[in-house]
Design a protein around this ligand. Structure first.
Ligand SMILES: C[S@@+](CC[C@H](N)C(=O)[O-])C[C@H]1O[C@@H](n2cnc3c(N)ncnc32)[C@H](O)[C@@H]1O
Length: 251
């Protein structure tokens, strides 16, 4: 378990940090490229200024929690060069994959935190992010592991705190149990309201262009996964956010 952050938040990451042995090129990137892109926590008492992580300056900073192999993050960073992207992922093999993509696509707007996203959330200033993506989080299907699911009242509190007015929270899953769990948590949370205007909001079809989020960037959808992200657009995340849902199973 990692050290607690200065405000006492400890890593609560329960997944695996290592997979198959890395090929030499990937190990080399972890040694040479990751130190240049790694988000290093400021010392106790110092604020984490997300915009200051990026040079040249960026107009906004977006966070992706649990980016897996980084396909979505890299595609979003390539499509939005004026935005700074912070990706959190403790799984080393996933980080190594993102480093390959960063190099291939020559991305200068990506920073990586290779540990529990909660540690970053706890250090970010209030209203400092324009978007958070939480795509296909681990479903932890067993009842006794339910407390490990990332969408919890505490983590929703943290995300509402760091999202700016007009920001977006994008959540996707293809797990039928988790979609119900996540929507129930959002509906119950005082800072997120589920505001369906009709089935087209979550089934796609005619309402898609009007209400739904853009689809995955071309080629960025996690392989074999179905579903577009649900989108929350809080007007004031700390008081009255709103959530525009999309079915996790819609195409
Ligand atoms: C099921 S995978 C999905 C990966 C990717 N988002 C995708 O759609 O392919 C969930 C990922 O979240 C990561 N993860 C789980 N808990 C996390 C946490 N507390 N902070 C950051 N990443 C986390 C895991 O390591 C894993 O790579």
């Amino acid at each position: 378990m990692s050290e607690p952050s200065p405000d006492g938040v400890r890593s609560s990451f329960f997944g695996r940090r290592h997979g198959r042995r890395l090929r030499p090129g990937r190990s080399r990137r972890l040694d040479s490229l990751l130190p240049r892109l790694r988000l290093v926590m400021p010392a106790e008492g110092e604020a984490l200024d997300p915009a200051a992580l990026f040079k040249p300056a960026v107009v906004d900073v977006w966070l992706e929690i649990g980016f897996g192999g980084g396909e979505h993050l890299a595609a979003m960073a390539a499509a939005n060069p004026g935005i700074g992207f912070i990706g959190c992922e403790p799984y080393v093999n996933g980080v190594a994959n993102l480093l390959v993509l960063v190099e291939q696509l020559r991305l200068g707007n990506v920073r990586i935190f290779d540990d529990d996203a909660r540690l970053v959330l706890s250090r970010l200033p209030e209203a400092s992010l324009g978007r958070i993506a939480l795509l296909f989080p681990d479903p932890w299907p067993k009842k006794r592991h339910a407390s490990r699911r990332f969408v919890s009242p505490e983590n929703l509190d943290s995300m509402a705190r760091v999202l700016r007015d007009g920001a977006e929270l994008r959540i996707a899953t293809d797990d039928p149990l988790l979609v119900r769990w996540m929507l129930a948590a959002l509906i119950a949370h005082p800072h997120f309201a589920w505001l369906p205007r009709g089935p087209e909001d979550w089934r796609g079809g005619a309402g898609r262009a009007r209400a739904g989020p853009p689809p995955w960037p071309r080629g960025a959808g996690p392989s074999g996964r179905r579903g577009a992200p649900s989108r929350c657009r809080p007007r004031r995340p700390r008081t009255r956010p709103g959530c525009w849902p999309r079915s996790a199973r819609s195409r």
